[in-house]
Design a protein around this ligand. Structure first.
Ligand code: PHE
Length: 465
């Protein structure tokens, strides 16, 4: 273990930072549109099952691997196993962090751009009269490579500024300030959504299942999204866990992070679908839901100027606190494994991500015709990065983590390590890991349920079943 490795100043700081990583574009941009396209409540139900059965155990394992080894994903596997195979599983995580950030940074850039447009009042102009006009505005802006690249640069620069200050002064301070602001804004938006006429239609869309919409594809999406939304399968939670002290409990922290992440996704769904249904629009607008449909609808409301601004500010904050955790994985890798000083590591990795993101940013203009056929649909670089991350790399990382914990590290050792720090649990009063059946349920889930389900879904996602 490194002598001078930074640590979170408290358990609450870790919870906020980990929740900041989990709560991101996945909750506010992605969850509402995939739920919208896949039957609303029916999707929510399957997604919750994936979170409980697969997300939670993997979240525990990731944080624990980090806390136990005090290392980045590559170093963590090397510390616990002699085989180079596991080292490459860690490397896969570093690769996933590049892939995710390359499209994440583009959407993060859009969020900042729309916060600015909301601020200067563009949403109240004719360009945002209705969702189809707003869609044209979005396409027009994206047809300029300079516009997309410019906002991507701004987003990544904000991430870099926070990372340069280190764990406590950067990651921790940003999450401690930004997460309460995020929750506050979200609550305002939920309340204003719920008091709109016909808000109940939005609520029942999210809570009354339409089972006919569920098929193999839905389950794949739900599982991939469970990984994405909890920041699992690429070592982000492992890296954040590596800044925990052994005194801090893992199990209860995991439950709290998963709970916060889920409740925030549901609240974002409520805030969005109440507005969409109250204006008589279609919830199945896809990735454009937030950028096409919402701005004109929000700005038509009484006080719409401020609500639209708050919404995009919320989206930008969520993207930044997640963006920092994605890049931190590769930064920690350079710092731990290659002894590169932190600031230099941040600049090197950010420059590489910057380059990797260029094809994604150009997918909406110069490279929009460069597509690849996949499952009968044309995929741009942006689509590939998104699909590859959520449906291949993260579930694959999760599969390896479950196999590692269940069969190589061993459930007995995992539980022994999980119990370290458990007596210091301040959340929920009682420690969950000490409860009677925890070991058998946890062991069974990690050894059998997680690998089996993830494997099935993985085969489906690469088109083999
Ligand atoms: N959890 C983040 C979100 O929901 C995305 C993310 C994925 C962050 C993987 C870190 C690692 O937007």
């Amino acid at each position: 273990m490194q002598e001078n490795r930074e640590q979170w100043s408290s358990k609450t700081s870790f919870i906020l930072a980990a929740a900041g990583s989990a709560v991101g574009l996945g909750n506010i941009w992605k969850f509402p549109y995939i739920a919208g396209e896949n039957g609303g409540a029916a999707f929510l139900f399957i997604y919750l099952i994936c979170i409980i059965l697969i997300g939670l155990p993997i979240l525990n394992i990731e944080i624990l691997l980090g806390r136990t080894t005090k290392k980045n994903p590559v170093g963590a596997f090397v510390a616990l196993s002699d085989s180079t195979f596991w080292k490459y599983v860690g490397v896969l995580g570093v690769f996933a962090s590049f892939t995710i950030l390359s499209f994440y940074s583009v959407v993060g850039g859009w969020s900042i751009a729309y916060t600015y447009e909301a601020l200067i009042g563009t949403f109240n102009t004719t360009a945002f009269d209705n969702p189809s006009a707003a869609g044209k505005f979005f396409d027009l802006k994206n047809s300029s490579a300079a516009w997309v690249l410019g906002y991507h640069t701004l987003f990544l620069s904000l991430v870099v500024i926070i990372l340069l200050s280190g764990v406590r002064a950067g990651l921790e301070k940003a999450s401690k300030f930004l997460m309460p602001v995020l929750i506050f804004i979200l609550l305002i938006l939920v309340v204003q959504g719920l008091i709109l006429p016909d808000a109940n239609k939005g609520v029942s869309f999210l809570f009354q299942p339409d089972w006919s919409k569920i098929n193999g594809q839905t389950i794949l999406l739900a599982l991939g999204h469970a990984f994405f939304t909890l920041s699992l399968g690429m070592g982000a939670m492992m890296t954040y866990g590596s800044y925990l002290s052994d005194k801090d409990d893992v199990v209860n922290a995991s439950y709290l992070v998963a709970f916060l992440d889920t409740i925030i996704a549901i609240f974002a769904g409520l805030a969005i679908f109440t507005v969409v249904f109250s204006s008589g629009y279609d919830p199945t607008a896809g990735p454009g839901l937030v950028f096409h449909v919402l701005p004109p609808l929000l700005s038509d409301l009484v006080g719409g100027y401020i609500f639209a601004f708050l919404f995009f500010l919320l989206l930008s904050i969520a993207a930044i606190t997640s963006g920092i955790s994605i890049l931190e994985v590769s930064v920690a890798y350079l710092v731990d494994e290659k002894n590169v000083p932190r600031k230099k590591a941040v600049l090197i990795m950010a420059s590489l991500v910057y380059l990797a993101a260029i094809p994604c940013a150009l997918s909406f203009n110069i490279l929009s015709e460069s597509t690849f056929d996949f499952q009968g649909k044309p995929f741009t670089f942006f689509d590939i990065a998104d699909y590859l991350a959520s449906n291949v790399l993260l579930p694959l990382g999760g599969l390896f983590l479950a196999i590692f914990a269940g069969y190589f590290w061993g459930i007995d050792d995992v539980i022994k390590n999980l119990l370290v720090g458990e007596s210091n649990s301040i959340y929920f009063g009682n420690s969950i890991a000490k409860s009677k059946n925890f070991k058998s349920i946890f062991g069974f889930t990690v050894k059998y349920i997680c690998p089996f389900l993830i494997f099935l879904v993985f085969l489906y996602s690469i088109g083999w079943i």
